[in-house]
Design a protein around this ligand. Sequence first.
Ligand code: MG
Ligand code: FE
Length: 168
Amino acid sequence: MSNPKDNLLDWLRDAHAMEEQAEQMLTRLAGRIQNYPELKARIERHIEETRRQAGVVRQCIKRCGGDTSTLKDAAGKVMAFAQGISGVFAEDEIVKGTLASYTFEHMEIASYRILIAAAQECGDRQTATDCELILKEEIAMADWLEQNMPAITQRFLQRKLADVEAKH
Ligand code: MG
Ligand code: FE
């Protein structure tokens, strides 16, 4: 791989796998939430954003001359740990799920920052612009979680203290 564009293409494929993983994780999480309507609504909004992002990344891959028919193979090699955290339906799953989502958003933020730099280095302005728009959505999601995490945590603890049956 002596061509920087090969690395860019490779990282776009990783990003696509990451978005597919994100959609799976968020869908599973949203389906489990019963008592935190704001969190559920925000996650559902981000699921829509995530689907669109995957499509944008696919377009970037095509524009870079990559084959999008084999993309499914890459899915699943990213972020087994997030799946591990959010897949366990523990008593405190609402807190664990929030933690996993916040962590995942930050991996996405890092990935798109790297892609933007790589695209600029390759002179691929369209990919850089596309990734900048995606980056904004990831930052907005991370910010929302950051602002709402304390209230979610406290609500969970209060519900537990009140011995409410369903805590998620
Ligand atoms: Mg994303
Ligand atoms: Fe995201």
